[in-house]
Ligand binder design. Structure first.
Ligand code: D5M
Ligand code: FE
Ligand code: ZN
Length: 519
């Protein structure tokens, strides 16, 4: 049997009871005769070894054929894509960040899955783990909002002939004026008009949206602290301006999403809630089993948008519904569930509000202790939010706590739990994952606003509200994944009927979505 494809090497190793580090597989694939090399390696591995490690391969190959292990992999027909696996030029993977450490296969690459990991390309482009500088001082709040205004304002400044707040009040009454600023206050007036105060680095200026103007429809979707541009006419006394037009940073209508060069799929899920009595183990197992079938062989990436575990003390009386009360044991149980996912699938995960990281956003990726507990499947663990690129397709992952706020503040037809993707559209329009400060969403003051959506993603993936919904906004695919937790008592009390046990699967070559149901 020819053994050159990494997948077949993994299959061969697992059939003989071994897991393997990714690097070890890559090196075997690079040998001039991978089949013979594999036999040599297996003869040389220590008897009690369960995992074939890079050093085993290096030792076995260098003893017999010093050059073979360094040869280019033979199974990378697609020369254009950057394989996410190392090609064997870095002899010391130990120095790499945790997200890039070698994978153990989880022990299962069944015959039904025929994949070639060398064709993959996974890049983490935005991960603020380890970048947090904020100390919670007043100055940090000033800098995070200044950064927000600079970056989102920059997207608007070319579109209007803007002036600073202090300059506007010195202009003659009746002038045409424009300003870019943060929404500081939204109030209705006694006569039913709307007064919106915009703030920039120089001060604030009040803008009046008349109730009979077409723009009045947009007022009900405004959130405090988002960045807007307004154009209008100054009142005679220059103390206020009447709004003629209102602009969001928004996604340009010309946005054209990137797609993968081959047929490959990603499963986008979230809210597993292991440790909750309502965690649906059967549905999860059915999902994992399905991933092992030929039908799912193109699913090569699994993105998890937070709430891996139920956590402890997240909500009042939550302990009454806990199946596992110790947070570390919850992660251990979660890791066991992760191991059921085929070992070759690349996993990326961000934390959510139930996870054991700081609640304030941005949330850094899990700490070393938790990474260690979850290391068996070698997931890439990154911050909430983060941007990842899968074979050229950029995915903005964000857990979604701000969606509760968007849904609470906006009218039903613009954002609701039944259409969670529509709430996501507003975050895209505002180019910020959590615009409103001081509500449900806790924001960590940092030097930089990591919550700004700087680059338009091809896919926006959130969770948190436990409802499945997807759709396109200016050609950006917005997906809110459901959950793996049946209805909790709290959800029953507020009539939240969760979409549990579904896995939306995205074709990365077309951005089409299919939904698999496991409950
Ligand atoms: O959130 C799941 C969804 O349910 C999300 O929309 C928040 C809401 N939720 C759940 N429990 C509560 C309590 N106790 N108070 C307020 N809102 C709640 P998750 O993050 O998975 O708990
Ligand atoms: Fe959740
Ligand atoms: Zn959540």
């Amino acid at each position: 049997m020819p053994l050159e494809a990494p997948a077949r090497i993994v299959g061969e190793l697992t059939s003989r009871g071994y897991n393997a580090e990714r690097e070890a597989v890559t090196r075997l694939a690079g040998a001039s005769d991978p089949g013979a090399a594999l036999e040599r390696v297996l003869e040389a591995v220590p008897e009690d070894a369960l995992v074939v490690r890079t050093e085993h391969v290096e030792a076995a190959l260098s003893a017999d054929a010093p050059d073979a292990a360094r040869a280019e992999p033979t199974a990378v027909p697609d020369g254009d894509s950057t394989p996410s696996v190392s090609t064997g030029t870095d002899p010391d993977p130990g120095d790499e960040p945790a997200g890039a450490t070698p994978v153990e296969t989880g022990g299962s690459l069944p015959a039904d899955r025929s994949v070639d990991p060398a064709k993959r390309a996974l890049e983490i482009v935005g991960d603020m783990t380890g970048q947090s500088t904020g100390t919670g001082e007043y100055e940090d709040f000033v800098s995070v909002f200044r950064d927000r205004l600079d970056r989102l304002g920059g997207k608007l400044k070319g579109r209007v002939n803007h002036r600073p707040a202090t300059a506007i009040q010195d202009m003659p009454g009746g002038s045409e004026v424009a300003m870019v600023g943060l929404v500081n206050d939204i109030r209705s007036t006694a006569s039913g008009h709307w007064l919106i105060e915009l703030e920039d680095a120089t001060g604030t200026f009040p803008w009046l949206v008349m109730k009979d103007r077409e723009y009045v429809d947009l007022v009900d979707e405004l959130l405090c602290d988002e960045v807007l541009a307004m154009e209008g006419t100054l009142a005679d006394d220059s103390g206020i301006a009447f709004v003629d037009s209102l602009h969001f940073p928004d996604v340009p209508r010309t946005h054209e999403p990137s797609t993968a060069d081959r047929h490959v799929q990603a499963a986008l899920i979230s809210d597993v809630h292991v440790g909750s009595q309502e965690f649906m183990a059967d549905a999860w197992n059915a999902f994992a089993d399905w991933l092992h079938t030929a039908e799912a062989e193109h699913v090569e990436y699994l993105l998890l948008a937070g709430d891996m575990v139920e956590g402890v003390g997240v909500y009042p009386d939550q302990d009454e519904e806990l199946d596992i009360v110790d947070i570390y044991e919850q992660y251990e149980a979660f890791s066991e569930h992760l191991k059921k996912i085929p070992g070759d699938i690349e996993i990326v995960m961000i934390p959510g509000n139930h996870d054991a990281v700081r609640l304030a956003e941005p949330q850094p990726g899990f700490d070393e202790e938790l990474r260690e507990i979850m290391s068996a499947h070698d997931p890439r663990i990154v911050s909430n939010p983060s941007m990842v690129t899968l074979e050229g397709v950029s995915v903005l992952m964000y857990h979604g706590v701000s969606l509760d706020e968007v849904i609470a503040e906006l009218p039903e037809d613009k954002a609701s739990y039944d259409d969670p993707h529509k709430a996501m559209y507003h975050l895209l329009k505002k180019r910020h994952v959590a615009p409103q400060f001081g509500g449900h969403t806790r924001l960590a003051p940092e030097e930089e606003d990591y919550l700004v959506i700087d680059e338009v993603p091809d896919i926006f993936h959130t969770g948190h509200v436990h409802k499945l919904g997807f759709g396109k906004y200016h050609d950006v695919l917005a997906i809110n994944s459901g959950c793996w937790q049946a209805q909790t008592d709290f959800q029953k009390s507020v009539n939240i009927d969760p979409d549990a046990g579904f896995a939306p699967i995205v074709d990365l070559d077309t951005l089409d979505v299919t939904v698999q149901k496991f409950s």
